[in-house]
Design a protein around this ligand. Structure first.
Ligand SMILES: [Zn+2]
Length: 174
């Protein structure tokens, strides 16, 4: 067992490393690859925190601003759906997790046109029975078949790791 203080130190160090990575990535949008998203996952005590960055192309099939009524409807649905509890992930029912906060941001939601656009999602859950919190399924693959993989950097009670999740194996366990 890793001590609480050590775990916290690791958490803080990892979180700031991630923040540094992220700000770098935002300056270089050419770095994003269509079909590939990135996830930062932290599971600590009764808390689950997710930070996802997914190319809009993988979610909508385009990165230009919506033109047709169908494209406008699809983007509105994405914007509304993205802050729902089970849109991107599903946590075990036995863990009794509640979504505490959710944010979804994209240049495209602001009507800004750029060559590449991402959807950035931050989700935080609090779980009533954290002992049952041992896996997570990425349900987003079912809704968005253009999304081929998610690279997940994670910090869980079992330690730190990195894994690439694909539609055929959307569940990670720890
Ligand atoms: Zn792109």
């Amino acid at each position: 067992m890793i001590s609480n203080a050590l775990f916290l130190a690791a958490l803080i160090a990892t979180t700031s490393a991630w923040s540094a990575d992220k700000s770098g990535a935002h300056h270089d949008h050419a770095a994003h690859s269509h079909g590939q998203g990135q996830v930062e996952l932290v599971v600590q005590g009764d808390m689950v925190q997710l930070d996802l960055e997914i190319p809009m192309e993988s979610l909508l099939g385009h990165e230009h601003l919506p033109k047709t009524p169908a494209q406008k409807k699809a983007m509105a649905e994405l914007q509304a759906g993205a802050v729902q509890s089970d849109y991107f992930v599903s946590l075990p029912a036995a863990a009794a997790c509640q979504l505490q906060s959710a944010q979804a941001q994209s240049d495209m939601f602001l009507g800004k046109k750029s060559e590449h656009s991402d959807l950035d999602i931050q989700l935080q859950y609090k779980c009533g029975k954290p002992a049952a919190l041992q896996q997570l399924e990425f349900t987003v693959f079912k809704k968005h078949p253009r999304l081929g993989s998610l690279k997940v950097d994670m910090l869980t009670p079992k330690g730190q790791g990195s894994i690439t999740v694909k539609p055929k194996g959307p569940v990670i366990r720890w």
